[in-house]
Write a protein that binds this ligand. Structure first.
Ligand code: HEM
Length: 162
């Protein structure tokens, strides 16, 4: 795969495998709060792209739950990032935003779903990745649905395992 492509060099801090350091916290006004574990993979093959795969699991049974997969690109000469994401629930979304030092702020600008996706439909996703001073990675995801305004759904901190 060779060295990381210069076009995504500012995102090098994401590369590798990350495991939730403590159980992730799931919340939303309409659901029972829950805990989960999650593994993140950020890889590259030398293209001006980072590949990602996020796999969440049931905290006790370890059963696979939510999964996301896609690509990250950067607009040349800027800090503008695009996060192109397919979710196992039948949702696909494009999130864009700015990279500032070790923080990436993303907001959905396009969102679509399979014809038989479960209700309530997601209307908006906002997501923050933050590399903390101790080397841990924090992810916070908020969403709006047809019933609820933008509200936090996920908060989780990961440690790098490779
Ligand atoms: C519920 C979306 C990530 C676990 C939901 C609901 C939506 C949703 C729309 C239903 C809310 C309602 O009934 O009002 C999303 C989106 C995600 C995401 C857009 C990513 C951007 C995750 C992850 C997990 C997870 C990573 C980890 C296990 C759950 C659980 C529920 C739920 C357990 C409640 C039970 C259920 O409805 O299945 N999510 N979710 N979600 N989500 Fe997520």
């Amino acid at each position: 795969k060779g060295p990381l492509n210069d076009a995504v060099a500012p995102l090098e801090w994401l590369l590798g495998t990350w495991e939730s350091a403590e159980p992730g916290e799931g919340t939303f006004p309409t659901i029972k709060p829950f805990h989960y574990t999650e593994t993140l993979h950020f890889t590259h093959v030398g293209q001006p792209v980072i590949n990602f795969m996020f796999n969440a699991f049931h905290i006790e049974t370890k059963k696979p739950l939510h999964r996301e997969s896609g690509f990250i690109r950067m607009k040349p000469g800027t800090n503008h990032v695009a996060f192109i994401n397919a979710q196992n629930t039948g949702l696909v979304d494009i999130e864009e935003g700015e990279l500032t030092d070790n923080q990436l702020n993303l907001e959905s600008c396009a969102l679509s779903r399979i014809s038989f996706a479960k209700d309530p439909h997601v209307q908006k996703i906002s997501r923050v990745f933050c590399l903390q001073p101790d080397g841990k990675l924090e992810q916070t995801v908020s969403m709006a649905t047809l019933n609820q305004p933008l509200t936090q759904h996920l908060h989780v901190t990961y440690q790098r395992t490779s």
